[in-house]
Design a protein around this ligand. Structure first.
Ligand code: SF4
Ligand code: SF4
Length: 312
């Protein structure tokens, strides 16, 4: 397949992003992630397939979608007079007949395919608004899950003198990182927990591949490496874990981390996807606890930026 025919599955593109790399940037969210963090604020980014999002409060109960779906994935809730999606049958089919017939925008799809050419047109259009020092940031999900597309986008941007950044879970074959690193200026490298079992409990995977990749990337001189950690009270905010994280970053020769407070802003999206969000009752970190973590990083000579309070 020719490079220009490679398609990526994207669920959002945001212009004017100022928190995900230097300057003003175009932020591109790719679908699919090898981790399933229980607190994920972009749950639509986890599945590598298009997904139906059902806004039940918009449904007027005319049941056009029930007739349209050939898989019989839409049923009628007689009591509430609304449509109900059977997620064991619906896999976000390519035809999306249900969405086409719903005039009330109750059924929308998350995820659309774009070719490299189409995405580069969007990037080139945005470029004139970035001003000096901006560029493109790939996020998700994890862009590494769509390796071929990600590699092509980064290469095309790099060849056009566009600054490139990517946020990654780090859980990908090293050969894939090797394939893209020549085209990457910045990497936001997520750290969830230093203990392998705790990591698997909350994300579904062990952290050994992630930490091995982090060590290798940290040795490269041409990439700015920014670790990122969502502070989740009761999970990764203990003194032992923050200290172990600081020691790891220092041990690999890096000196920056951006810590982000857990929030619940993505919780409503779980319902739209037919998923359950179990983190509602988890408290969000206080400013004091974030400052306390910053102190621990500072004791290890790690520059720690809290939330959006970054120098970029
Ligand atoms: S077509 Fe739309 S408004 Fe009509 S029942 Fe289906 S989801 Fe509801
Ligand atoms: S996405 Fe496809 S399978 Fe799912 S409800 Fe709509 S038409 Fe049916």
């Amino acid at each position: 397949m020719r490079d220009k025919d490679t398609k990526g599955l994207i669920f959002d593109i945001q212009g004017y992003s100022v928190h995900d790399g230097p300057g003003c940037r175009t932020l591109i969210f790719l679908k699919g992630c090898p981790l399933e963090c229980k607190w994920c604020s972009n749950p639509e980014g986890i599945s590598p397939l298009p997904q139906l999002m059902y806004y039940q409060d918009r449904c007027i109960g005319n049941f056009d979608c029930v007739k349209a779906c050939r898989s019989q994935a839409v049923c009628i809730d007689q009591e509430r007079e609304v449509a109900v999606i059977d997620r064991t049958i619906c896999r976000g089919c390519v035809d999306l007949e249900c969405m086409d017939v719903c005039d009330h925008n109750a059924l929308l799809v998350s995820g659309y395919y774009m070719t490299i050419e189409e995405l580069m047109k969007t990037i080139q259009r945005d470029r004139q608004y970035w001003g000096a020092g901006g560029g493109v940031t790939l996020s998700g999900g994890d862009p590494m899950l769509q390796y071929n597309f990600t590699r092509s986008v980064l290469q095309r941007c790099h060849d056009s003198y566009i600054h490139t950044a990517m946020e990654t879970s780090g859980h990908a074959p090293w050969a894939h990182f090797e394939g893209i690193l020549d085209y990457l200026d910045w990497i936001f490298f997520d750290i969830k927990h230093m203990d392998p079992k705790m990591h698997r409990m909350a994300t579904g995977v062990l952290n050994n591949t992630i930490l091995d990749n982090a060590k290798k990337i940290a040795q490269l001189e041409n990439i700015r490496m920014m670790f990122r950690m969502v502070m989740v009270p009761g999970f990764n905010d203990s003194f032992e874990n923050v200290k172990a994280t600081a020691e790891f970053i220092k041990g690999v020769g890096q000196g920056e981390i951006n810590i982000l407070p857990l929030h619940h802003l993505g919780s409503s999206k779980y319902k739209l996807l037919g998923l359950t969000y179990n983190f509602d009752l988890r408290t969000t970190p206080t400013r004091e606890s974030m400052e306390w973590a910053r102190e621990i990083f500072a004791e290890h000579s790690i520059e720690c930026y809290i939330g959006n309070d970054t120098p970029f």
